[in-house]
Write a protein that binds this ligand. Structure first.
Ligand code: CDP
Length: 228
């Protein structure tokens, strides 16, 4: 069996891309790259420095000029990877609710997307990579050997996010999370540039009612299919 060299995993918020992508990458000895952390890092920096989130030019410059480093997780505190800006570890800052509620706006700007997708594409083309996001199979790496689109109902995804936050000891309210998930889905799938949608050649997996192990098994089986 020759496993696919480039694997794209797309899907809406909290559909399990990171959990599954990381496990598949570990099994194959590949790099796992979660592209959402880059959009989150730019959003966090903009909030920190008081940049107007409606100023597309300023946000584009920020995305172009800030070196965002995404490295394998250095701690066992539930993180999927380390996110560093100027040497500072901002991994957990990027998961804060204020980032959640603004990241889709920041990600809708074409200049921001251009800057970040160019970096993502460079990393992806090296191969031996599992890359997760919203537009990996459609825009960033349309040549990916395997494209998976993970889906689930908004209620199930909000429930998973709620459980995650509670496990980290953070305040969580299910209804607030559900509203935020629905709003992020709306912005991500209706934006003009690189909207969230499955690529024509993606395998769509609805994960409602499936455990993480069951989803992993399905994706793993796809990785073992020899191309025709
Ligand atoms: O982890 P979660 O599914 O909640 O989100 P994420 O993957 O960290 O992505 C956060 C946000 O970044 C998304 O809601 C999108 O607005 C944006 N994003 C994107 O536009 N394109 C990507 N390739 C990855 C993320």
């Amino acid at each position: 069996m020759t496993p696919p060299l480039i694997i794209a995993i797309d899907g809406p918020a909290a559909s399990g891309k990171s959990t599954i992508g990381k496990r598949i990458a570990e099994r194959l000895g590949y790099l796992f790259f979660d592209t959402g952390v880059m959009y989150r890092a730019v959003t966090w920096m903009a909030l920190q420095s008081g940049i107007d989130l409606h100023d597309e030019g300023a946000l584009t410059r920020l995305a172009e000029e800030t070196p965002i480093e995404v490295a394998p997780a250095s701690r066992f505190d539930g993180r999927v990877c380390d996110v560093l800006v100027g040497g500072r570890d901002i991994t957990w800052e990027t998961r804060r609710p204020e980032v959640d509620s603004h990241v889709s706006l920041v990600s809708s700007y074409s200049g921001v997307r251009r800057a970040l997708s160019a970096q993502q594409r460079r990393i992806g083309l090296r191969g031996c990579v599992v890359m997760a996001g919203r537009d990996i199979g459609t825009v960033v790496l349309p040549e990916a050997d395997l494209k998976v689109y993970l889906d689930a109902s908004a209620e199930e995804r909000a429930r998973r996010r709620y459980v995650e936050l509670v496990a980290r000891g953070e305040p969580a309210d299910y209804q607030t999370i559900l509203t935020a998930v629905l709003e992020r889905d709306r912005i991500d799938s209706t934006r003009a540039v690189a909207p969230l949608r499955p690529a024509d050649d993606a395998v769509i997996i609805n994960t409602d009612g499936l455990t993480a192990d069951q989803v992993f098994d399905r994706v793993w089986a796809l990785c073992q299919d020899d191309p025709p």
